[in-house]
Ligand binder design. Structure first.
Ligand code: PEP
Ligand code: MN
Length: 340
């Protein structure tokens, strides 16, 4: 339920509504707009009627939020949420670029690649230390050692770092070493993990599940928001369809749909759905044109030898080419690429 106060509503009038809500056992979230104040009420609001609030002095309107995700819906929070990470703000007019290898393979490579991509314009560094591999025999990541190398690469370049978490027990490590915690596609509906991450005071990058609908994805974001973590960035990474030419089908239509349904920022990972490096750049360009708030691409200095996802990793020179192209696309739609 949403309660909209008149622009001249007094504190006393708001207090009366607050008391009514508290006495009936409801939590409320005040959202202060430039011209009006809105209270979002969560809980079992079926017991409440919008009419009950319209009689309060100072209230101009009250209506139900029909979506199952409340805090993440645009009805609840009409303005775009902006997530600040270091010098970059995701969800505003700037486009953020996250780049780096699929996996952190050793200390030297993450330092070399990090310095290189930051020089070429990336804003944040990515690298996996706990890898969700389809085969148990494939490289599983360096674990804590990898996170440490990533942290040091972030320190050396002065850039925030992003890495994927797979298990609740690792949360303290991620709190220590990373700036943004990534929830991978395979864990989008790991509700136990989401509930724990909801209490962590770090931005969260929530990837879309391999076969999740947009509403299921937004409900997962709601798990995070409902316990207080509002610093959520969604990441479209492709879904399973009948099409076999690419690893997944990159659903760029989710960008305008998410923008309509939710106030959360959305970025796109064109690497994992395309699976081959020559296909990544066109889709990265398309993502920006479709309104994405950023991209996350895999880059490797020696992809032939990469321990995971070499075929889809861009060469550093290709990454520079991509940066130039998205600069042009961004300016055509009134945006800029974030600067470090
Ligand atoms: C990744 O970003 O390294 C990754 C494994 O992605 P996804 O969860 O989208 O498959
Ligand atoms: Mn990968």
């Amino acid at each position: 339920m949403i309660i909209v106060f008149k622009s001249n509503a007094s504190e006393e009038q708001k207090k009366r509504v607050e008391n009514y809500l508290t006495n009936h056992g409801f939590e409320f979230h005040p959202i202060q707009g430039e011209e009006y104040t809105v209270y979002g009420i969560i809980g079992d609001t079926k017991r409440l009627l919008p009419e009950d609030f319209k009689v309060f002095e100072g209230v101009s309107n009250a209506f139900r939020i029909l979506e199952s995700y409340k805090l993440c819906s645009r009805t609840f929070h009409p303005r775009n949420t902006k997530v600040k990470i270091g010098n970059v703000t995701i969800g505003g007019n700037e486009i953020a670029v996250i780049a780096g290898p699929c996996s952190i393979e050793n200390e030297e490579m993450i330092h070399t690649i990090s310095k290189d991509i930051i020089k070429r314009g990336a804003n944040l560094i990515r690298g996996g230390a706990f890898k969700p591999r389809s085969s148990p025999y494939a490289f599983q990541g360096l674990g804590e050692e990898g996170l440490k190398y990533l942290y040091e690469a972030g320190e050396e370049t002065g850039s925030p770092v992003v890495s994927e978490i797979m298990a609740i027990k690792d949360i303290p490590l991620f709190e220590k070493y990373v700036d943004v915690i990534q929830v991978g596609a395979r864990n989008m509906q790991n509700f136990a993990l989401l509930k724990e991450l909801a209490h962590v005071n770090k931005p969260l990058l929530l990837k879309r599940g391999l076969s999740a609908t947009i509403d299921e994805w937004l409900n997962s974001a709601e798990y995070l928001a409902s316990k207080g973590n509002k610093k959520i960035i969604l990441c479209e990474r492709g879904i399973r369809t009948f099409e076999q030419s690419t690893r997944f089908t990159l659903d760029l239509s989710s960008i305008p749909v998410v923008k309509k349904k939710s106030h959360l920022p959305i970025i796109v990972d064109p690497s994992h759905p395309m699976g081959q490096r020559d296909l990544v750049i066109p889709m990265a360009r398309a993502a920006i044109a479709a309104g994405a708030d950023g991209i996350m691409v895999e880059v490797h200095n020696n992809p032939e030898k990469a321990l995971s996802d070499g075929p889809q990793s861009l060469l550093p020179k290709q990454f520079s080419g991509l940066m130039k192209e998205i600069e042009i696309i961004a300016s055509a739609i009134g945006k800029t690429i974030a600067k470090n």
